[in-house]
Each structure stands twice: as structure tokens, then as C-alpha cells.
Design a protein around this ligand. Sequence first.
Ligand code: GUN
Length: 313
Amino acid sequence: MSARSLDGTATATRIRAELADRIARFTAAAGRPPALGIVLAGDDPASQIYVSNKLRTAGEAGCRAELFRLPADASLDDTLAVVARLNADEAFDGILVQSPLPKGMGRDAEQRVFDAVSPAKDVDGFHAQNVGLLVQKRARLVACTPSGVMQLLAREGIALAGKRAVVIGRSDIVGKPMALLLLHQDATVTICHSRTPDVAALASEADILVAAVGRPAYVTPAYVKPGATVIDVGINRVDDAALVANWYPEGHPRRLQFEKKRTLVIGDVYPAVWAVAGAVTPVPGGVGPLTIAMLLANTVTAAEARAGLLSAD
Ligand code: GUN
């Protein structure tokens, strides 16, 4: 048996198409397109790729997206100063500070920067005020990756009410907001993390299993109930030929791809899980494109709310 592939690329395309009308209406009403400022500090290669994808997608959708770069040795104060400028600039509706920030900025730098972003422009949904609103099921701006997963589940007709959901990973960016969103759709939710004993036993009770661990092929078939929906949030770059040979048989397209490039992007889900699960998000082409689509949706929502085009709710 092979699981149904949950096509995030197609769903993201649909979400972006649905936004086109709102973007056109905002642009006509405001005399300018919705505008997003992206702050990128340092030169983490993965972050550079994510940010250039965000800039390109926003531009293609008819939004204005501008990059603000800081060197790897920039200070936390430098970053806070850019955020303060964008907060004050009426021409920007959304602000995103790419994570992770350079280590030299200190341990709590990320939280301090996220808390410095004006909640009305917080298109990542990371500000404490927006997180609090999410807990109470009344947030307008919600973290992009988990809200993209919810869009995918809804549009694929995967029922959540009364189902068991297990989220592996408890990050502020994915695990915690993911668990809250599933709870708000009446799933019974368990969060597993690095101190959870026997994660496989808990995970294999899940009707919906979300893997947000950041470890390649961590979720093996022993973690998966037959027929379950498995959402793979992982994006892990792997350069080890022995690992790839372990996951894919000789001649498999993914193994051939590795042999050509000597590197491969792997999710948190072991490939053999496809033989057990009912539906799986592929990597790439699953959750990744949805994150960017939801960033656009949040930018448009922030723009509309700032311009008074949304009714209070
Ligand atoms: N790094 C990885 N995912 C994200 C995200 O959703 N937002 C930001 N700002 N940084 C990230």
C-alpha cells in the first residue's frame, strides 16, 4: 500500500490564487500594494534560500516585499533598530525577522526581536500578544507553517473533530501553535518532545501525526498507525551517502538525485512510512510551499486590518 500524497504545492497555488482578488482590492483602495519587510541577519545558507523564495513569491503575487540585510556580526540592537524603523514606517504592513538569528546576538535575542515587532505587523504570529490571542482562539495573525498545515488538512477533507493528534516537537514556531490549532478543531492533542518516554507508543495512536523534530527520517513506521495522516514539517539537508542508501533502494529517483548532487533535502519522516500511512505530505512539495502562501495571506490580512478594510471580530 502506498499513502496518498498531500500536495502542498497545489494547495499553496490555490491559496495564492484566492488572495489575488484581495490584493487587487487592497491596492485599488490604498493606492499601493500590501507591503512586507523581511529582515535577514547573517548568512545562514538555508535562511537565504527561504528568504529569497518569500521575496519572489510575494512579488509575483503583486505585493511589495523588501529585504533588509544585516551582517553576521550585527548586534541585537542593530536588529532592533531595523524593526523599530519598520514599525514606524506607514508604508509597511508586515514585518518578518528570519529565524534563526546569528548566535552572537545572545540566547534570548529571537524572543526580544519578535516582541519588538508591532503586533499589527507581526505576519509571523510570534509576538506574545498574538500567541495569547491564538491560545484564546481569536488570533488574526497565526504562525505560517501550522496555519498552512491546517489549510491543507481542511482542503484535503481530513477530519479532525474527535480524532487523536500527536505533534512531535514543541517549538514556539511550529509545535506549540500547531497543537493549539488542532485543539481548536476539536482534536485530542498530545505534544511529544525530547523528554517524552516512548514517543513511538504515543505517536502510533495518532490519526494525525505531525513531525516537527528537525531530524532526518526520525519518524519510522513504528511511529505510525496504519492509515494515519502524517504531516512532515522537517526540512533537513543530508550529505551522508550511507544514510541515503539506508532510506532509498538503488535506482530510486531520490537516491539518483543524491548521487548527482551529493546532497538531499529529507523530511522528518522515514520513506518507508509511505507503506503504512494513509496520507503523507512529501518533502519537498508538502508543507514548505504552504508556509509561504500563509505568509502572503497574513501580509494581506495585516494590510487590510491596518487600512480599516476588515470588520472587527
Ligand atoms: N525560520 C524557519 N521558519 C520560519 C518562519 O516561519 N518564520 C521566520 N521568521 N523564520 C523562520
